[in-house]
Design a protein around this ligand. Structure first.
Ligand code: IDP
Ligand code: MG
Length: 154
């Protein structure tokens, strides 16, 4: 099944929202394939946010992403990348729709609760960037047959 990559950002750790954000993914039916706490450094952030290094807010973004350790996750599910992006909402929390994670939990464009991979290709790159292969677990939860119809499980 498809996998996607999530970062619970430092503001989420600081504000005590970790449990509530993870709860949403679990209630939706996504399975946790990998999860750990880590500190991000400038090197990994320059790779991860390479599309933004020339933007004026990049130094602030770096500082913000290194303010505390983060929690990184690999979530597994059918169409996981698209499902999680739609649960995440628009980049700016003030513009994100109510019902989305950013729309419900944030007020900022930068301090916007989570990162979520934006394509299947990027999800693969990001999972490999932040996890070692042995940190991603292949298992079949008992709830899988209640979560999907047989033809949806590959
Ligand atoms: P995304 O997280 O919705 O995919 P990206 O454009 O990839 O959005 O930006 C990555 C992160 O950079 C955002 O989640 C946000 O934290 C930060 N960011 C993006 N645009 C701005 C901005 O205009 N001001 C401040 N921070 C920004
Ligand atoms: Mg992005």
């Amino acid at each position: 099944m498809e996998q996607t990559f999530i970062i619970l950002k430092p503001s989420t750790i600081q504000r005590g929202l970790v449990g509530q954000v993870i709860d949403r993914f679990q209630k939706k039916g996504l399975f946790i394939a990998g999860i750990k706490m880590m500190r991000l450094d400038e090197k990994i952030l320059r790779e991860h946010y390479s599309h933004l290094v020339d933007r004026p807010f990049f130094p602030d973004l770096l500082k913000s992403m290194m303010a505390t350790p983060v929690i990184v996750m690999c979530l597994r599910g059918k169409d996981a990348v698209e499902v999680v992006r739609s649960m995440t909402g628009a980049t700016n929390c003030r513009k994100a729709a109510s019902g989305t994670i950013r729309g419900d939990f944030g007020m900022s464009g930068q301090e916007n609760i989570i990162h979520a991979s934006d394509s299947v290709d990027n999800a693969i790159i990001e999972i490999n960037r932040f996890f070692r292969p042995e940190e991603i677990f292949d298992y079949s939860p008992l709830t899988i047959s209640a979560t999907y119809s047989p033809d949806e499980i590959d």
